[in-house]
Design a protein around this ligand. Structure first.
Ligand code: SF4
Ligand code: SF4
Length: 178
């Protein structure tokens, strides 16, 4: 097929030399390389005992924020879902009922809100798009799981716990600096 760029290279298979057919030099070379690395400084961490220090703008699992009174900020406007290039966000909006003013800040709220963490590429566009300061990416890691369905995070995992409020002010500052 004709190439659209001139970057493609035709690779030809050449005959192996006698030494190459022996494989021994290649095996010894590989072993020498392995032994050399045994004495070098390790670049890997023994996770989970040793946790890696992430950059201040590292983007991990999302959090749906509450306001100072503990009410959910999200108004289910859908802007985060529309801006998401991976189409990882889905939600169902509902009207706030009388007596629920202490639960939801706006008259409309997300009855369900889900992020498929297997689709998410942690670009942060949902955070950028949100007009209500409702969604932020934290420095938390996604836990490993065997079941793919468990990577769909619902409100029970995303909405911040009242007694475990997450300080995102430092994060916002780092974003501005970046
Ligand atoms: S971080 Fe990016 S990919 Fe992930 S949910 Fe937000 S917009 Fe979508
Ligand atoms: S998180 Fe923000 S952008 Fe997404 S639906 Fe809620 S208010 Fe709208």
């Amino acid at each position: 097929m004709q190439s659209l760029t001139n970057r493609s290279v035709v690779v030809r298979k050449r005959e192996m030399s006698f030494m190459e057919k022996l494989y021994l030099p290649a095996i010894l070379g590989g072993m020498a390389l392995t032994i050399k690395h045994l004495f070098k400084k390790k670049v890997t961490n023994k996770y989970p005992e040793v946790k890696r220090i992430f950059a201040p703008i590292y983007r991990g699992v999302h959090v749906l924020k509450r306001d100072e009174q503990g009410r959910e900020n999200c108004t289910a406007c859908g802007l985060c879902a529309v801006s998401c290039p991976a189409e990882a966000i889905t939600m169902v909006a509902a009207e706030r009922k009388q007596g629920e003013e202490n639960l939801y800040r706006e008259e409309k709220y997300a009855a369900t809100y889900e992020i498929n963490m297997l689709r998410c590429i942690f670009c942060g566009l949902c955070e950028e798009a949100c007009p209500k300061d409702a969604i932020y990416l934290t420095d938390r890691l996604i836990e490993s799981k065997y079941d793919r369905k468990k990577f769909i995070y619902g409100k029970e995992l995303l909405v911040e716990k009242i007694d475990e409020r997450i300080d995102i002010s430092k994060r916002k500052k780092n974003y501005t600096m970046a």
